[in-house]
Each structure stands twice: as structure tokens, then as C-alpha cells.
Design a protein around this ligand. Structure first.
Ligand code: NAP
Ligand code: MG
Length: 496
């Protein structure tokens, strides 16, 4: 790890001002307010284990207050009465404000998540187009004129759902807030969003920008807090019309069952154990580099991480050697250093969970070729790790580890790898590497997952639906699909 410098030496003046607030507040009805209970919680820099500041902790009564504000804003002419072009302008103004504050947001995100600054800068800039894409949708949400009889006129309207509750995870906190609020607002909804307790800061910075660009009060409310308290109160709240959730499959299931009494619309983006398949005819240089990135990016804390690397048996030994070599060259360390590729895990809890899989894998008979230990002695770092001799039935190949850990599994032929790849309750993403483009498409069709990359990994774009098959989710974010997910259809008959 590099020579230590204090936080103050590596962040800009605006980030300093933000952190100097020390006590971050809830954003309800256009104002920053403390929790009604007065409760707060600390947020920690996982690279140093130091406290970054305290954050107001929303309770059920704050959720209620935020929902009231969002309902009032939803009904008010200042939001429901404006035309779609005006709604688009709000989204574009927020996009511009984010662009103007990109460095600050990236610095705040790096302090709160430990993700390397270079990655956060690219993420912030790269996700501005999500707001711009949805700004474009505001004026293109069409109903239909249906082919009714001559004495009847029947048409449909796509109307917003109302108040949308959004619950986001800690692994890409800025992206997740943008992915959630952009389509909801484009469709004319209002929002109550709870960021993850581990990473509330970038969401609070976005709230500042929402206030600055002048969104009507209550259109967006950001309420940091605990999932089991604020998140759960949102799930059962009678005046929230929809919950959009990203996080673990278990919590997603709880949200689905918790929302039954109020029959909310639900979309869930959940976990994965995605296969990345390398055939012997692949461009091995690209396949290997991308496969390593596939399970180490964000220190493996990505729902779409390619954690099961399937390698054809006739190149298995060579690929294991080359992947292990590449992993051993990864630069782990201070997330503020420009050369760092991997930062720490998000928390002590994740550190313990990921570390436990090193023993689990070994006990089940897999071999570690590189990594398998804590990295350094401060911060929640683990070494990027490769397991070989892995059987698809081992726990390391079945369970989501959510750390920089890849399992390399051998396969014989197309049929064998399709069967192995699909033998999982998850179905979020998959990669396939081959120069035989027909085979690439055959595999892409056969894999039961919401996204497949042929000769790439991690591509995403708001133009294209993002989400999972099986226990990786319900519904989709992005693309036209998210417009469906944030609107409901009304059919209107007029008799002449
Ligand atoms: P998590 O524990 O499921 O938390 C996600 C969010 O849900 C957090 O805001 C959390 O609040 C909240 N929450 C927790 N318990 C709740 C409850 N009972 N009711 C309502 N909300 C509740 O997941 P995580 O640990 O943050 O993230 C890791 C997992 O998310 C991994 O499994 C990963 O695969 C998945 N993930 C999926 C995607 C995707 O797009 N499919 C993206 C990112 C992550 P607290 O912060 O207070 O716990
Ligand atoms: Mg933190």
C-alpha cells in the first residue's frame, strides 16, 4: 500500500465542504432535516476504517413524512401539471449539475465505498447519459388509438404510478440512485429513495444538486436509514405505489412478500453467479483480460460479476496459468492512487464473508493458485483470488461470494457448458468467448439469463434492458421496459 497521506490532501474544496457538515441530514420535501427520533448512524471509509461522518437515520415516521411530501408533489400542478418538455428539462438540468460536480461526487463515492477514484470518475461521467436518455423519453410516452367501432372512440394513456419507493445497494451507489430516479421521474412519478446504510453519501450529494437545480419540493426525497426499519416501512407503506429494489435475493424476496397487503408494483434486481465461457477458438488475450476484470472489478462486488469462468478442457491448464498470472499483477491498494485497480471490500461484514469462502473452497477440494488471504493490515482488503479444479456443485461455484474471487471450471463441449452454466438458481448475466459467431449466438440463446455478452463483458447502456431471469430478479431497468415498469395503462372509451 502506498505512503499514507491524509484525506484532506487528495480531495477538492467542494468535497471538503461536504464532509465538513459532519452530520448529514434527510432530504424531505425539498429541505434537509434531522430524523424525527434524532437518531444518527456513522458511515465509514472502508479503506481506512475511519468514520467519515454521521448521517440522520430515517425511522418509520420519517418514511411517512417523505411519502406525504411525495404524494403532495405528485398531485401538485408544479409536477403533474407540467408538460413533458418541462419534465425533461429538470432531468437535463440535473444531468448538467452532475457533470459540473463529477469530481466531487467521485471523491465522495471513493471515500464511502473504497472503489478506486478512476473507476468512480468514469462511472459518474458514464452514467450522466442515463438521465439524458430518460429526459428524451418524457415526450415519447405514447398511448394508442385502438381500432374500435364507428360509434366508439377508444384510446389508452400511459400514466405514472404515483409515489415510487426505491431501495438501493452499496456496491455502485451513485449509479443505482441515477438508474432508479431517472425513469421514475421521466414518467411523472415522485420518489422516496433509501440508499444503503453503508454508502449514503453520494445520494445525499445528489439531493443537494436536486435542491440546487430547483425540482419542485417533494418530487425526490432521499432518506438514509436501515433496511430493516426504513426499508421495511417503505415496503408496507399504504401510500407507496411501487417498490424498485436492487440488492440481495433474500431481501428481495422479503420485499415481495412484505408488499402483498398493499399490492405494490415491484421490480427487483438481485444477485447472480454469472458464467463467463471461454472456448478454445477464442481470442485468448482478450478473453483472459476481460475474464479477470469480470470477477475483480469493484473488488468483485458487482451483481453481474463473471464469477464462474468456464474454460474448454483442451486449453484449461494454459488459461488457468494466464488468468492466475494476470490476477497476481493486479494493483490492490489506496483507492485514491491513479494506478490502483482494486480497493477494499465495503465493510467488515463483507470482509468476513468473503474470507470465509477461502476455507470453504479449499475444504471442498478446490485449489487456490493466487490470493486467498487478507491484503495489508488496515482496511477491509482481500487479495484477488483464483480457485481452480472447481466443480460447478461446490459452494464457491453456487453461492454469491461478492468479493474478487473467480472459480475456473472446465467443460467439454457446447452441450456440457450450457448445462453447467444454467445449473444455478440465478440468471443475471453471461459471457461467451468464441470466434465462431454462430456458436456465440447459439450459446447466447441457450443461456437462461437476462443479459449475454459475446466477446465482451460488462457492457451496459440505458438503451437496453437490464435485469435477471430466475432468482436474479423481476422486471427490468433501462430501455423501453422501464417505461412500462413506471407507468400504468388507462383505457378510455367515448361513445359518440
Ligand atoms: P441488501 O442487504 O439486500 O441491501 C440492499 C438494500 O436493501 C439496502 O439499502 C438495504 O438497507 C435494504 N434492505 C435490507 N433489508 C431490508 C428489508 N428488510 N426491507 C427493505 N429493505 C432492506 O444487499 P447489499 O448487501 O446492499 O448488496 C449486495 C447484494 O445485492 C448482492 O447479492 C448483489 O448481487 C446484489 N446486487 C444486485 C444488483 C442487480 O442489479 N441485480 C446490483 C447490485 C447489487 P441496509 O443498507 O440498511 O442493509
Ligand atoms: Mg461508507
Amino acid at each position: 500500500m502506498s505512503k499514507e497521506t491524509s484525506i484532506g490532501e487528495r480531495i477538492g474544496a467542494e468535497t471538503k465542504r461536504f464532509l465538513a457538515k459532519k452530520n448529514q441530514l434527510l432530504f424531505i420535501n425539498g429541505k434537509f432535516v434531522p430524523a424525527k427520533s434524532g437518531k444518527t448512524f456513522d458511515t465509514i471509509n472502508p479503506a481506512t476504517e475511519e468514520i467519515l461522518g454521521s448521517v440522520a437515520e430515517a425511522g418509520a415516521e420519517d418514511v411517512d413524512e417523505a411519502v406525504k411530501a411525495a404524494r403532495k408533489a405528485f398531485e401538485a400542478p408544479t409536477w403533474s401539471g407540467i408538460n413533458p418538455h418541462e419534465r425533461a428539462r429538470y432531468l437535463l438540468k440535473l444531468a448538467d449539475a452532475i457533470a459540473a460536480n463529477a469530481d466531487t461526487i467521485a471523491e465522495i463515492e471513493t471515500l464511502d465505498t473504497g472503489v478506486p477514484l478512476s473507476i468512480n470518475k468514469a462511472n459518474v461521467i458514464g452514467n450522466i447519459n442515463v438521465l439524458q436518455y430518460y429526459a428524451g423519453w418524457c415526450s415519447k410516452i405514447y398511448g394508442k388509438t385502438n381500432p374500435s367501432a364507428d360509434d366508439v372512440f377508444n384510446y389508452t394513456r400511459r400514466e405514472p404510478l404515483g409515489v415510487c419507493g426505491q431501495i438501493t445497494p452499496w456496491n455502485a451507489p451513485f449509479n443505482m440512485v441515477i438508474w432508479k430516479i431517472a425513469p421514475a421521474l421521466a414518467c411523472g412519478n415522485t420518489v422516496v429513495l433509501k440508499p444503503a446504510e453503508n454508502t449514503p453519501l453520494s445520494a445525499i450529494k445528489i439531493a443537494e444538486l436536486i435542491q440546487e437545480v430547483g425540482f419542485p419540493e417533494g418530487v425526490v426525497n432521499i432518506i438514509p436509514g436501515m433496511g430493516s426499519v426504513a426499508g421495511s416501512a417503505m415496503t408496507t407503506h399504504p401510500d407507496i405505489n411501487k417498490i424498485a429494489f436492487t440488492g440481495s435475493t433474500n431481501v428481495g424476496k422479503g420485499i415481495l412478500s412484505g408488499s402483498v397487503d398493499t399490492l405494490k408494483k415491484i421490480t427487483l434486481e438481485l444477485g447472480g453467479k454469472s458464467p463467463n465461457i471461454i472456448f478454445s477458438d477464442a481470442d485468448l488475450d482478450k478473453a483472459i483480460t476481460t475474464a479477470v476484470n469480470g470477477f475483480t472489478l469493484l473488488s468483485g462486488q458487482a451483481c453481474i460479476a463473471g464469477t464462474r469462468v468456464f474454460v474448454q478442457d483442451n486449453i484449461y491448464d494454459e488459461v488457468v496459468k494466464r488468468i492466475s498470472q494476470k490476477v497476481s499483477e493486479l494493483i490492490v491498494g489506496d483507492p485514491f492512487n491513479s494506478t490502483t485497480q482494486l480497493g477494499p471490500l465495503i465493510s467488515e461484514k463483507q470482509f468476513k464473508q468473503v474470507s470465509s469462502y477461502f476455507d470453504i473452497g479449499k475444504k471442498d477440494g478446490a485449489k487456490i493458485t493466487v490470493g486467498g488471504k487478507r491484503f495489508g493490515d488496515k482496511g477491509y482488503y482481500v487479495e484477488p483470488t483464483v480457485f481452480t479444479n472447481v466443480d460447478n456443485q461446490m459452494r464457491i461455484a453456487k453461492e454469491e461470494i461478492f468479493g474478487p474471487v473467480g472459480s475456473i471450471i472446465s467443460f467439454k463441449d457446447e452441450n456440457d457448458v450450457i448445462a453447467q452454466a444454467n445449473n444455478t438458481p440465478y440468471g443475471l448475466a453471461a459471457g461467451v468467448w468464441t470466434k465462431d459467431i454462430s456458436r456465440g449466438h447459439r450459446i447466447a440463446h441457450a443461456i437462461k439469463s437476462g443479459m449475454v455478452w459475446i466477446n465482451s463483458y460488462f457492457d451496459y447502456d440505458p438503451i437496453s434492458p437490464f435485469g435477471g431471469y430466475k432468482q436474479s430478479g423481476m422486471g427490468r431497468e433501462f430501455g423501453e421496459e422501464s417505461i412500462d415498469a413506471y407507468t400504468q395503462i388507462k383505457s378510455i372509451f367515448l361513445r359518440y
